[in-house]
Design a protein around this ligand. Structure first.
Ligand SMILES: [Zn+2]
Ligand SMILES: [Zn+2]
Length: 195
């Protein structure tokens, strides 16, 4: 966020409670200061419980000055409205853990999944841009592999797909890119997507 010089953040929407997806919550304090507002935070009940454990100081009654100031909203299966943006929550599976993916107009963001039911795929279909996790070539218990992610994108047929949550074991960006169908690219830090 610092490197990209991002000064405005409207809300934080959580997918699941694993540390690599929640550790940044403390950084919200900078946006409270920049934007002079409390930060709306969206999470399922289960993820909220994890946030309360991991960031007890943010939820404590006796607040220390300078900690992140957040307003929590519960994510269910209903559409979330943030300003004039609507997000549709989609259920994906990460080994045994339910994870929320989100669709905004024709853009769908899916991380930390290795299974998506046919019913949930219907919510994704028609997306022009999909971001999806593709961890590595070898099988993994809770993440799509490189080939599984390619197969899924060929099934869902977005105009453009980006692979994210990539392990260093996958290889170098330029070399791996050559193996991908033309509509799939590897995402990278600082990538901007207009929707
Ligand atoms: Zn995870
Ligand atoms: Zn993860």
């Amino acid at each position: 966020m610092l490197r990209q010089k991002i000064k405005t953040l409207d809300a934080v929407v959580f997918t699941h409670e694993h540390k690599d997806h929640i550790a940044g919550l403390d950084e919200v304090k900078a946006f409270n200061f920049f934007n002079k507002m409390r930060m709306p935070v969206y999470a399922t009940e289960r993820v909220l419980e994890a946030l309360k454990r991991e960031f007890a100081y943010i939820f404590s009654e006796d607040k220390y000055p300078g900690i992140p100031e957040i307003d929590v909203f519960t994510v269910t299966d209903e559409i979330i409205k943030i300003k004039d943006i609507e997000l549709l929550p989609i259920d994906v599976i990460h080994y045994r853990l339910p994870v929320k993916a989100y669709r905004i107009k024709d853009f769908t963001y899916i991380t930390d999944a290795n299974y998506i039911s046919e019913e949930e795929k219907q919510k994704i279909k028609g997306s022009k841009i999909i971001v999806i996790n593709a961890l590595r070539r070898e099988d993994h218990v809770s993440h799509f592999t490189f080939q599984q992610a390619i197969d899924l994108m060929q099934e869902l047929k977005p105009e453009k797909a980006y692979f994210t949550h990539i392990s260093h074991q996958l290889g170098l960006h330029d070399e791996v890119s050559k193996e991908l169908p033309p509509f799939i690219e590897l995402a990278y830090d600082g990538l901007e997507i207009d929707i």
